[in-house]
Ligand binder design. Structure first.
Ligand code: RIB
Length: 277
């Protein structure tokens, strides 16, 4: 089957810093690098590296050809990426000595994505979404009506968007902070839900709770995206929910041992090796 990923495409600018910059502070950075990012692009790359057939739906400006080429280089189908009259999105990412981050995103072209129709999708395909683009609700509604499995990673978290999208999704992905916000906002969440808890592992509510795979993290940026893409790829390949959860935990553990976002997504063979296949 196919994993359709409607998602952001960003130029990630990484700044290595001794600590995350404080209000009013001017900080000299230790290094700078640039790469492909955006939660959507990261999820597409993670799913492709996990063995899924991935079609990315997104938008870039005229300055974004390099990003489309990079996604294609990772094996992602880029035929649904449009060129629009706005700058390609970019992110300013500080990474501190503990591998923690703080991120600013200028959304640019990500907010000008035309609503996809899924006319050439099949029942059983997956639509993977996050919250960095225009058109998420409409896409979820259409995909659900067409019989796709709709998976929503609620990042960056926005309660109003979650409320609107809930009727159209099959699976909700949140981290511990997002889950706390969710439980404050909603008394009853009927949809399937996976909660990631960093070094405390992850839980598919009502299905399985698995520990983390211990590693020395150098950069946690994009770990949630790696988890989402890997989980969806595994489900698309027919794995059980518990096996998919295990693969996603291991893949994101591998991802945080490398610097960067899309470039740091692990290969399927490396995940297989750690799982013992
Ligand atoms: O989740 C990490 C991502 O968030 C980065 O790649 C950055 O572009 C922002 O979208």
């Amino acid at each position: 089957m196919t994993v359709w990923c409607l998602g952001s495409i960003n130029a990630d600018h990484f700044y290595t810093v001794p600590h995350l910059v404080a209000p009013g502070e001017t900080l000299i950075v230790q290094s700078h690098s640039k790469g492909l990012g955006g939660k959507g692009a990261n999820q597409s790359v993670a799913a492709a590296r996990a063995g899924a057939n991935v079609r990315h739906i997104g938008a870039v400006g005229l300055d974004g050809e390099w990003a489309v080429e990079a996604l294609a280089g990772f094996g992602v189908d880029v035929s649904r990426i449009v060129r629009v009259d706005a700058p390609t999105a970019h992110a300013i990412i500080q990474v501190d000595a503990n591998g923690e981050n703080a991120i600013l995103v200028h959304p640019g072209a990500n907010m000008m994505i035309p609503t996809p129709d899924f006319a050439d999708a099949f029942v059983g395909d997956t639509l993977l979404l996050q919250n960095e683009t225009s058109g998420t609700i409409a896409a979820a509604r259409t995909a659900k009506a067409e019989g796709l499995r709709v998976v929503y990673s609620a990042a960056p978290f926005d309660a109003a968007t979650v409320r609107e999208i809930l009727p159209f999704i099959d699976l909700l992905l949140v981290n511990a902070l997002e889950n706390a916000a969710l439980e404050t906002e909603f008394s009853d969440i009927a949809v399937d839900r996976v909660v990631t808890r960093g070094s405390d592992g992850a839980e598919w509510i009502g299905v399985a709770k698995l520990p983390a795979h211990a590693v020395q993290a150098v950069d946690t940026t994009g770990a949630g995206d790696c988890f989402a893409g890997t989980l969806v790829a595994a489900l698309d390949q027919g794995m059980s929910r518990e096996d998919a959860l295990r693969r996603a935990i291991i893949a994101s553990a591998l991802q945080v041992t490398k610097k960067g976002t899309a470039d740091a997504m692990p290969l399927k063979e490396d995940v297989d090796r750690l799982i013992g296949l």
